[in-house]
Write a protein that binds this ligand. Structure first.
Ligand SMILES: NC(=O)c1ccc[n+]([C@@H]2O[C@H](COP(=O)([O-])OP(=O)(O)OC[C@H]3O[C@@H](n4cnc5c(N)ncnc54)[C@H](O)[C@@H]3O)[C@@H](O)[C@H]2O)c1
Length: 267
């Protein structure tokens, strides 16, 4: 029987993380690099992506590849596996983390429902959901060939439950309908993929609760009041779920959703 250390060893594996220049994507990259994987960071933000790929390489002594790609452009997304295979010759882990989030600057996005625009809704469907359909399809062959293929989709508590809009009253924060809808769709897409891509590729979701980013009052107190563990998440809280689902620690787990939300959805 393998030891825990052997089961979580990702040496010689290659992980592609979309949204790798973002907060949670970077923490996923650090997690998988610490376990020995080579890292491909994909993001629309080229400068940040280059910087973080270099930081991961230096800190964990693993090879990295930054890829500047706009996930809304299907033709560019379809070229991603070739870029990964040209550099590393394999792909074992895909973390779909990029998304338009509540704080994304988009006209008609994080505003009251009556002001939300169909243009913003459509872009969110494209980036948060359709691009994952395209990328998984493009990566399927390489992930299946790996023998340890694992896909991790990053959803949100708002893919599980509706927002409590009282949290947002009197603040400039918002909760767009398309965010919830795409994150809910992703949880279901995980299940669909899990049965269809089995037994070669495992597919699971990680669902974070709100991550603390210097949120101000009164939002912060209202959020904590509603959270059994009485704090917002930090990026570090997601490391365990990502390490578990990416590695052989979870080799008999597919189609599941690990909710890391401090208990937000427990009541
Ligand atoms: N922050 C939270 O509180 C929270 C809570 C639950 C779930 N999540 C989820 O975690 C994931 C990461 O969120 P985060 O908080 O790290 O946000 P973030 O904004 O720091 O990271 C998102 C990244 O996605 C990239 N991106 C956006 N559009 C893109 C496109 N068209 N092509 C390529 N890259 C694109 C951005 O450049 C950014 O680097 C998201 O899927 C989000 O829904 C976040």
């Amino acid at each position: 029987m393998k030891s825990l250390k052997e089961l979580m060893d990702l040496k010689d594996r290659v992980a592609l993380i979309t949204g790798g220049a973002g907060h949670i994507g970077f923490s996923a990259a650090e997690t998988l690099a610490e376990l020995g994987a080579k890292i491909v960071l994909l993001d629309i933000d080229k400068a940040q992506c280059d910087k973080e790929a270099e930081a991961v390489a230096n800190k964990y002594n693993v090879e990295t590849l930054p890829l500047a790609v706009d996930l809304a452009k299907e033709d560019k997304v379809r070229l991603v596996p070739k870029a990964v295979l040209d550099k590393f010759g394999r792909l074992d882990i895909l973390v779909n983390c990029a998304a338009l989030v509540g704080s994304s600057e988009l006209k008609g996005w994080a505003v009251p429902f009556e002001n939300q625009l169909t243009d913003a809704w459509r872009v969110a469907l494209e980036v948060n959901l359709t691009s994952i359909f395209v990328l998984v399809q493009a990566c399927q062959k390489a992930l299946a060939y790996s023998g340890q293929g694992s896909i991790i989709n990053i959803s949100s508590i708002y893919g599980l439950v509706g927002p409590d809009m009282r949290l947002y009253q009197g603040t400039d924060l918002g909760n767009p309908a398309a965010y919830s809808v795409t994150k809910g769709g992703l949880i279901h897409f995980t299940k669909w993929l899990a049965t269809v891509l089995a037994p070669q590729i495992r597919v699971n979701t990680v669902t974070p609760g709100g991550v603390f980013r210097d949120h101000s009052e009164p939002f912060l107190s209202r959020y904590l009041e509603r959270t059994p563990l009485r704090r917002m998440a930090k990026e570090e809280d997601l490391k365990g779920a990502v390490a578990y689902l990416a590695s052989e620690l979870s080799s008999y787990v597919t189609g599941q959703n690990i909710v890391v939300d401090g208990g937000w959805t427990a009541w």
